[in-house]
Design a protein around this ligand. Structure first.
Ligand SMILES: Cc1ncc(COP(=O)(O)O)c(C=O)c1O
Length: 468
């Protein structure tokens, strides 16, 4: 039951592999993305529970036509929207191996080899961010879970049995994942200090220090500052050293959301900006973003892994068999998940296959692409760069028209570009104004891809009669 013959397994495996390899090698010729209407999606994919079976090879073909052709290809060389997921084929194979062996990475008993390998990869990441010996961390589903896990540990370490007066500080450019994490942890809105960012979209440390002081005077308990190493909006990096200084003086937990940007420690272009990162108590870093892993490969690093264990370890009687000796690592004791997949494997395979140097070059390529986009834009009449490239994120907009029409015009161009399939960019609001946002983290992106994309936007401005 529920089995295939060896022959059928081989045929299915070949069909899947052929599809994946064709996707990888042919992606440049595909549309960057395609979005179905709800009606189209229903008519293709809504169906009753299948009572009888179907040939799985035919199903894989159907999936390619009906599902995989109707997604945003976040790994497309002209996908510049949000935070792309460029991936890499070796990591795909790593994920397949982890799933194929169905590794249980929650306990040492369940996967001692996997747990040790996870620790090895965590050690590599710790070394890359400059953490001292003795820290730790774990793989999680992504930035949202890394931030949640860190903030849970911060609260436990600094507020003990949940002091109801705890206050947490972050800039208004911080990803919503942080606020959601605080909500999940039961923190009332009134205990979150969302500090207006400075003109370069970084955290204003003087403002922060003033708030910490006045909160203490009001009898509240400041306990944590969340800084950004690469905001989602503009790639801004908060002044990490100055924040570390304040946190050390005030005894606050210093968490850095580097879900997007912290990976740049592997390259050379962000060394200065990321100074101070290693002083954080905890760092969220997503390999599924800028370390080219498949989705649901996130990571949390901590200076002191005891903080994680004391926040999360519980020893129920039905898990007594998992307690072998003192030295084993039971990753379920360091975070929220018990059953967890072997996410570290794909990053291990990638780093071992290509080396950390190649990883750094792939990351630095994004900085070059963002710089090139800025240079191209500076020669495009009617267009203005709004924020210069920071951690390879650039924002810009079409400005040649009546102020009251610009937001609508820019939004129309973003939509047209998406519908054309040529490329995908996304948008955000900066100081209330609509800007177009380009995040070129795919190492397969070329200068020509950047030019084609910007040219398509300029062409849609011309087609709409916004400019000559
Ligand atoms: C800075 C930052 N933090 C957190 C997140 C949330 O990460 P995830 O989507 O992996 O949960 C993102 C996602 O883009 C991000 O850019």
């Amino acid at each position: 039951m529920l089995e295939l013959s060896r022959d059928a397994m081989e045929r299915l495996g070949r069909t899947v592999m052929e599809q994946l390899i064709s996707h990888r090698t042919g992606i440049r010729d595909k549309a960057a993305g395609r979005v179905l209407s709800r009606k189209e999606a229903d008519s293709l994919l809504a169906e009753p529970l299948p009572l009888d079976g179907t040939d799985p090879e035919a199903l894989v073909g159907r999936l390619e036509r009906e599902v995989f052709s109707n997604i945003s290809h976040v790994d497309h060389p002209r996908f510049f929207a949000f935070v792309p997921g460029p991936g890499n084929f070796v990591a795909t194979m790593g994920a397949a191996l982890a799933a194929g062996h169905n590794v249980f990475a929650g306990t040492w008993l369940g996967g001692s080899g996997a747990a040790r390998l996870e620790q090895t990869v965590i050690d590599w990441l710790k070394e890359a961010v400059g953490y001292p010996w003795g820290g730790g961390g774990l793989f999680v589903s992504g930035g949202s879970m890394a931030n949640l896990t860190a903030l849970g540990a911060a609260r436990h370490a600094k507020l003990g049995s949940h002091d109801a007066r705890g206050i947490v500080y972050f800039s208004d450019q911080t990803h919503s994942a942080v606020e959601r994490a605080l909500r999940v942890l039961g923190m009332p809105e009134s205990h979150m200090r969302r500090i207006p960012a400075d003109p370069s979209f970084g955290l204003d440390v003087d403002h922060l220090a003033g708030l910490v002081r006045s909160d203490r005077e009001a009898g509240l308990t400041p306990f944590c500052v969340v800084a950004n190493a690469g905001t989602t909006n503009t790639g801004a990096v908060d002044p990490l050293n100055a924040i570390a200084e304040l946190c050390e003086t005030e005894g606050l937990w210093f968490h850095v959301d580097g879900a997007y940007g912290a990976a740049a420690v592997f390259g050379r272009r962000a060394t200065e900006k990321l100074q101070g990162l290693s002083r954080a108590d905890s760092i969220a870093l997503d390999p599924h973003k800028w370390l080219f892993q498949p989705f649901e490969c996130g990571c949390l690093l901590v200076r002191d892994s005891v903080a994680l264990r004391s926040a999360y370890a519980i020893h129920p009687e039905y898990m007594v068999d998992t307690r072998l000796e003192d030295e084993e690592i039971n990753y379920c004791e360091y975070g929220v998940q018990l059953s967890r997949s072997f996410r570290a494997l794909s990053l291990w395979l990638t780093l071992k296959t290509f080396g950390a140097g190649a990883m750094g070059e792939a990351i630095d390529h994004a900085f070059e692409m963002a710089d090139h986009a800025e240079a191209v834009l500076s020669g495009m009449p009617g267009w203005a760069v709004v924020t210069r490239p920071s951690m390879a994120i650039l924002t810009f907009r079409f400005v040649d028209g009546p102020e009251e029409s610009l937001d609508t015009w820019n939004a129309a161009m973003v939509r047209q570009l998406r519908e054309s399939g040529v490329a995908m960019v996304s948008s955000t609001l900066l100081d209330g104004a609509y800007v177009i946002r380009l995040c070129p983290t795919n190492p397969r992106t070329t200068r020509e891809d950047i030019e084609v994309t910007l040219d398509a936007l300029a062409q849609s401005a011309r087609d709409a009669g916004y400019c000559l």
